[in-house]
Design a protein around this ligand. Sequence first.
Ligand SMILES: Nc1ncnc2c1ncn2[C@@H]1O[C@H](COP(=O)(O)OP(=O)(O)O)[C@@H](O)[C@H]1O
Ligand SMILES: [Mg+2]
Length: 259
Amino acid sequence: MTETILKLTNLSKGFGGVQVIDDCSFDVPRGARMALIGPNGAGKTTIFNLMSGVYTPDTGRVIFDGEDITDIPSRMRVRRGMARSFQNIRLMPHLSVVENIMLGQHAQVGSPLDMVTPLLKRSRWRREAEALLADMDMESYPGEVVATLPYGVRKKIEVVRALASRPKMLMLDEPAAGLNPSETAALRDFLVQISETGVTILIVEHDMSLVRSLCDRAVVLNFGRLIYDGSTKEVQHDPQVLEAYLGSRHAEAKGEVHA
Ligand SMILES: Nc1ncnc2c1ncn2[C@@H]1O[C@H](COP(=O)(O)OP(=O)(O)O)[C@@H](O)[C@H]1O
Ligand SMILES: [Mg+2]
């Protein structure tokens, strides 16, 4: 087992002549809780899309758990142990919690036996989904329809759904967006609990107090370039980081930057 679970080397990606990711390299140590931060439009979600196989990079490699996965499809990456949640909730609102978790197990489909015994399999999946909810102290929710639950609970369910594929690494894109301070604190404790089971966490997040209390290391992107890789304690004092955020706020005030 290598100590680095994810290695990005010289990643670049352009869309229609615009260089959105520009020669980015960084490592995520196995078992870490690490943050990927930067102003709106910096390229954070694009990096997640390159890591998870939504996009193919123009240059550079994605090495996961010692294997070059740059050219393999998303579902194969899920099987190798990579899972993500999305910036906007993608739960099925009219299904129950347990059914939503079962959808997250689709990555485990694949043996011929699954096709022969779909019903048996489904009940096993249900039991596994219920067990996962219980592990996460959410056993009171399985039968509830997602649409009826508070936003903070839905966010946690989205994280649990990503865990249903039994990932080694979990990527979360702005999981605390729209949460109030007590929901954010609950999410933080929940992520620490997940991390203590050995899952590596890479989080994109704007809430810096959450980032500091959850992660000890951060990388910062600005205009697709990596401008910082170090401690979350010092990140807010780094001159380049300050300039990136101040610059974006200045532009935002003038209406030039859109979320
Ligand atoms: N599929 C795409 N086609 C064209 N431009 C894109 C595409 N995906 C992202 N971009 C652009 O890349 C830049 C970075 O976007 P994104 O990665 O979503 O930033 P962040 O998540 O840091 O806010 C933005 O200018 C965005 O418009
Ligand atoms: Mg984004």
